[in-house]
Design a protein around this ligand. Structure first.
Ligand SMILES: *Cc1c(COP(=O)(O)O)cnc(C)c1O
Length: 261
């Protein structure tokens, strides 16, 4: 068995004190570097700094505790089973953003812990989320706890020109108005804005410019839907220059994802 200070090596992520300290130092260094990049990109673009969502998928709850100590307030997850477990472990310490493709049958679970869903890409999911929020409120009222705020929803668009609808996730830009109207008309959901992942193999700046135009279209439906969720580790500077309001940064804060490389 290993214990604090016994000098034996432990796999990363184990509860060992020394390994934990090393991991805390590593995360602090990475997070500081990302925060500096964001500040300098925002300065260069003359924009306000966007909200930083640290994408913690595949990383253990012990890493999230370190992030809380480092002042991180928002985390992103893309699988319900993993996210719901971590949210239960870290109850009340973080704001949870669901950023992955979402099956309608997972909506009930996701609304229990998520503050926002960034991956709303079809009308059937809007309907499922609306029903899930209503059921969640009913449950909370019956249990004597207060009504939570509305679920913040981002419409995710597929900016890949070669994409077939329903392929990698994300609605077609041509469906923006119809989807925005559906979402804006669903009680319990708040249309926050738009979201996209820049396509591989193309300059991200052009994709983010396209997303900005889609955002303008969505705002013709709801003028308050001003949020733009864009920018990952590899393209955060381009996203900030294009006016993103929510950055989703994973590997540059946490390191390479386990088992993903
Ligand atoms: C994993 C993921 C991210 C984070 O990507 P990194 O390149 O690790 O920063 C952002 N957005 C979505 C939708 C993701 O699935």
């Amino acid at each position: 068995m290993t214990g604090p200070g016994d000098g034996s090596s432990t796999p990363s992520g184990a509860g060992d004190g020394r390994a934990g300290d090393d991991r805390a130092r590593e995360l602090r260094g990475r997070l500081d570097a990302v925060r500096e990049r964001i500040a300098s990109a925002a300065g260069a673009a003359g924009r306000d700094e966007p909200r930083l969502i640290v994408v913690t998928k595949y990383f253990p709850a012990s890493d999230l505790r370190i992030l809380v100590d480092l002042g991180v307030t928002d985390v992103g997850e893309n699988r319900d089973q993993e996210a719901s477990g971590k949210a239960a472990e870290l109850e009340g310490l973080l704001t949870w953003h669901f950023i992955g493709q979402l099956q309608t049958n997972k909506a009930r679970s996701v609304v229990r812990y998520a503050h926002s869903v960034h991956s709303v890409d079809r009308a059937s999911l809007v309907t499922a989320l609306g029903k899930a929020v209503a059921a969640d409120r009913h449950e909370r009222a019956a249990g004597g706890s207060g009504t939570p705020a509305e679920l913040e929803c981002f419409l995710q668009f597929d900016l890949d020109r070669a994409a077939v609808a329903g392929g990698r996730g994300g609605a077609l830009p041509a469906d923006a108005v119809a989807l925005a109207e559906t979402l804006a008309g669903t009680p319990g959901l708040r249309l926050a804005g738009v979201m996209a992942v820049a396509p591989l193999g193309a300059p991200p700046a052009a994709a983010f410019e396209q997303l900005r135009r889609i955002s303008e279209t969505v705002r013709t439906v709801d003028a308050a839907a001003t949020s733009i969720s864009a920018g990952m580790s590899g393209d955060l500077e381009e996203a900030v220059a294009a006016g993103t309001t929510h950055l989703r940064i994973g590997s540059d804060v946490l390191g390479p994802r386990p088992g993903v490389g």
